[in-house]
Design a binder for this molecule. Structure first.
Ligand code: AHM
Ligand code: MG
Length: 337
C-alpha cells in the first residue's frame, strides 16, 4: 500500500515522536503550496487561475535580480497558504527584502519558515526543471515581537528542510532529521506519495556540476580540482569524469541525491566582495542538511556550511556539496593548498 506524505508525517509524529503536531501542520501546508506552484508551472504559457505566469514581472528583488512573474506568484502562494494556520511566527524569502511577520489577525506560532519560492528561475521559459526550497527554524528568543535576528541561526538549528522539484515529475524531498524521504506527486489523487526512503548518496562519484564558463574567475583550489577531473584516466584521478549543469540547484541536487555527484557554486573573482552566488539561509542550509542526512557533505571550501553563523538574512555563501569523498577532497585543496 502506498504511503502518503500525510501518513509519513503522522508516523514521524506519533510513532517516532520526532515532530510536534504544529510542525506537521506546517509541512503539510508547504506541500499544499508546492502543489499549487506545480500546477502553475505545468500550465506555463497557457496561464492558470493564477494568471499569466510566463515572462518578467518588470521588478527586481533585494539582490538586484530580475523577478519573473512565476517567482512572484510562487512567493505569494507560499505566503498566503502559510500565514493563517497559526503555526508560524514569520516568513522570509529570496523575493522579499525583509521578513513577513504573521499579521495580527491570525494567531502566531513558534516556527520560522524561509524559502526560495522558485529556484532556477532562468529555466522557466525553456521548460527545464525548477523548484521551491524551504527551511524551518524555531523562534528561540522569548521576545514578543519577531525580528530578522530570530532568523539568524546556523543551519544546524533547522527542524525541517526540503525542496520540491517541478520536472517531468513533481517530487517533494524532505528531512526532519530522520534521513531523507522523497514523495512523488500523484496528480490523479492530488497527493504526494512516498517513493523513496533513507536516500543515500554514494561516497565517490565520477560526475561534477559547476558552471564551467566561470573557470577563468575561479580560485586555485577549485581550478585544481576541476583540472584533475578533466585530465581523466591519464590524470592524477585515474578515471574519466562526466559533467552536468542544469542551472537549477534543485535539479542538480536532486540528481546528486539520486545517483551521487558533486555540485559547486564557489566564490569567484567576478564580484570578489561577495562570498558566492547562492544564499545561505534558504538555499545552502536546507540543501546542505538534506545532503548530510543522505550521507554526503557540504562545505564552503573551509567550513561545514551548517555551522556558519549567519549575520544577514540574504547573505551569500560559496557552496560545495555532494558525495562525501569528493567534497572532502575539494575542501582539503582549500585548507592545505
Ligand atoms: P535563483 O535563485 O535566482 O534562480 O539563482 C540560483 C540559481 C541556482 O539554482 C543555480 O545553481 C544557479 O543559480 C545558476 O547560476 P548560473 O546561471 O550563474 O550558472
Ligand atoms: Mg534560488
Amino acid at each position: 500500500m502506498s504511503i502518503s506524505l500525510t501518513r509519513y508525517l503522522v508516523e514521524e509524529q506519533r510513532a517516532k515522536g520526532r515532530i510536534p503536531s504544529e510542525l506537521r501542520l506546517l509541512l503539510e501546508v508547504v506541500a499544499r503550496a508546492c502543489k499549487s506552484i506545480s500546477h502553475a508551472v505545468n500550465k506555463g504559457a497557457l496561464g492558470s487561475e493564477l494568471g499569466d505566469v510566463m515572462g518578467s514581472a518588470g521588478s527586481e528583488n533585494v539582490q538586484g535580480e530580475v523577478q519573473k512573474k512565476l517567482d512572484i506568484i510562487a512567493n505569494n502562494v507560499l505566503i498566503e497558504a502559510n500565514e493563517w494556520g497559526g503555526h508560524l511566527a514569520a516568513m522570509a524569502s529570496e523575493e522579499m527584502d525583509s521578513i513577513h511577520v504573521v499579521p495580527n489577525r491570525y494567531p502566531q506560532g513558534e516556527y520560522l519558515l524561509m524559502f526560495d519560492p522558485l529556484d532556477g528561475s532562468s529555466n522557466i521559459e525553456v521548460n527545464v526543471s525548477i523548484g521551491t526550497i524551504f527551511s524551518v527554524l524555531k523562534k528561540v528568543s522569548s521576545n514578543a515581537a519577531v525580528t530578522e535576528q530570530d532568523f539568524l541561526q546556523p543551519g544546524t538549528q533547522q527542524v525541517a528542510a526540503g525542496y520540491c522539484v517541478y520536472g517531468p515529475q513533481t517530487t517533494l524531498v524532505l528531512t526532519v532529521g530522520d534521513g531523507v524521504a522523497m514523495f512523488t506527486l500523484d496528480r490523479e489523487q492530488g497527493s504526494f506519495v512516498l517513493t523513496q526512503e533513507n536516500v543515500k548518496i554514494p561516497e565517490d562519484t565520477k560526475e561534477f556540476a559547476i558552471n564551467m564558463s566561470n573557470m577563468r574567475h575561479w580560485d586555485a583550489p577549485v581550478k585544481r580540482y576541476i583540472d584533475e577531473c578533466l585530465a581523466g584516466k591519464e590524470g592524477p584521478r585515474g578515471k574519466d569524469f562526466n559533467m552536468r549543469w542544469i542551472a537549477s540547484m534543485v535539479a542538480d541536487v536532486h540528481r546528486i541525491l539520486t545517483r551521487g555527484g558533486i555540485f559547486m557554486y564557489p566564490w569567484d573573482k567576478r564580484e570578489p566582495e561577495k562570498p558566492g552566488k547562492l544564499r545561505l539561509m534558504y538555499e545552502a542550509n536546507p540543501m546542505s542538511w538534506l545532503i548530510e542526512q543522505a550521507g554526503g557533505a557540504a562545505t564552503n571550501g573551509k567550513q561545514r556550511i551548517l555551522e556558519l553563523e549567519p549575520t544577514q538574512l540574504h547573505q551569500r555563501v560559496s557552496v560545495i556539496l555532494g558525495s562525501k569523498n569528493e567534497v572532502e577532497r575539494v575542501t582539503k585543496y582549500h585548507v592545505t593548498p
